[in-house]
Design a protein around this ligand. Structure first.
Ligand SMILES: [Zn+2]
Ligand SMILES: [Zn+2]
Length: 348
């Protein structure tokens, strides 16, 4: 099978071909796994964090990709120790998200927080992912895709959408309260659509350095769009930050109302502007019970809830398609900030 493979960590600014097209053997199944013929795989900013070593894969080479849609081609015949009570059938269309597995036994797993499990394994980092014609995955960690969504529409919902949805839940927003979105790429454009459905009376303020993204945000129904350092016309109850750097977090704290919360929805921050944290002014930016919280990973329930919600509310991503061989181009454009909506590899 064809796969775009990460063989060594590298800086995408200096090396514009971080992945190499290789022919690999089709995966062979272990007990409880299914083989998926991949049809679409979303490209996520986390892949840059993996390639550049901020959240490095434990083993190389590895196939990246954790927003995978495909058709079940085979399931393991040995069900002597079934890991799932769910039935996954050959020919079924399913999705695979960032969560590839968790232990199922620890207090986090048993309390609905499998995203925090110490044994959390990530698709396309800890196991091979969907930048390939085939992948294998545990049958109890796949998600049926609602019929109303095409493969390439569904792919970005599996991370950008589902983790964005988790971030929105962590905002504790009530309808009518104001929401800020820092950065407007694959995830936050879906958060905007989701927030408009769940909180129809909440004004939404979008902050991005890119004028085209500001226009894009307004076209999708944002109340206001401005630059990162541009004060919004009112205080914000919550802000979701998806930028790779620290400056926007400092700005977001400035815009919060008392008791407000900044939710950082990025797996890692770059170090380039870390010194701005020294400018934090406690009285105006953190006192009055302002909070900063991060989003870590995603649970299967987040993914299922969000796919359901997307189908009900007709939430679809804006996306651009690339061939599998175009993965490097998609990653480079993402690094350069040339983003409008989501990026998806169309594979079979
Ligand atoms: Zn992702
Ligand atoms: Zn666990």
């Amino acid at each position: 099978m064809k796969a775009m493979v990460l063989e060594s960590l590298t800086d995408v600014r200096a090396n514009q071909t971080p992945l190499r097209l290789l022919s690999l053997p089709k995966p062979t199944l272990n007990n409880g796994e299914v083989l998926l013929r991949v049809t679409s795989c979303g490209v996520c900013h986390t892949e840059l964090d993996e390639i550049e070593g901020r959240t490095p894969p434990p083993h190389l080479p590895v196939v990246l990709g954790h927003q995978v849609v495909g058709i079940v081609e085979e399931s393991s015949s040995d069900f002597s120790r079934p890991v799932t009570t769910e039935v996954v059938t050959t020919g079924q269309r399913i999705g695979v998200a960032w969560i590839a597995s968790a232990c199922g036994r620890c207090d986090y797993c048993k309390s609905g927080r499998e995203n925090l499990c110490a044994e959390f394994k990530a698709t396309g980092r800890d196991i091979n992912g969907g930048y390939a014609e085939y992948m294998k995955v545990r049958a109890d960690f796949v998600h049926p895709i609602p019929d109303s969504l095409s493969d390439s529409e569904a792919a970005p919902l599996l991370c950008a959408g589902a983790v964005g949805y988790r971030g929105l839940k962590l905002c504790n927003l009530q309808d009518g309260q104001s929401l800020g979105l820092m950065g407007f790429g694959g995830s936050n454009h879906l958060v905007l659509k989701t927030a408009k459905h769940k909180f129809p009376n909440s004004p939404i303020f979008v902050f991005t350095r890119n004028a085209q993204e500001r226009e894009f945000a307004l076209s999708l129904g944002a109340t206001w769009a401005g630059a990162i350092d541009q004060s919004p016309p009112e205080e914000l109850e919550a802000v979701i930050d998806t930028t790779p750097v620290w400056g926007p977090v400092i700005e977001a704290l400035r815009y919060l109302s008392p008791g407000g919360r900044v939710v950082i929805n990025t797996i890692r921050k770059e170090e380039s502007d870390k010194e701005v944290l020294l400018q934090l002014d406690y009285p105006s930016q953190l006192w009055m019970e302002k909070e900063i919280k991060s989003v870590a990973n995603v649970t299967r329930q987040d993914v299922r809830e969000f796919l359901q919600l997307a189908a009900e509310a007709n939430i679809r991503p804006e996306f651009q398609e690339y061939e599998l061989e175009g993965a490097n181009q998609a990653l480079v454009e993402m690094k350069q900030g040339r983003i409008r909506g989501a990026k998806v590899l169309r594979i079979n």
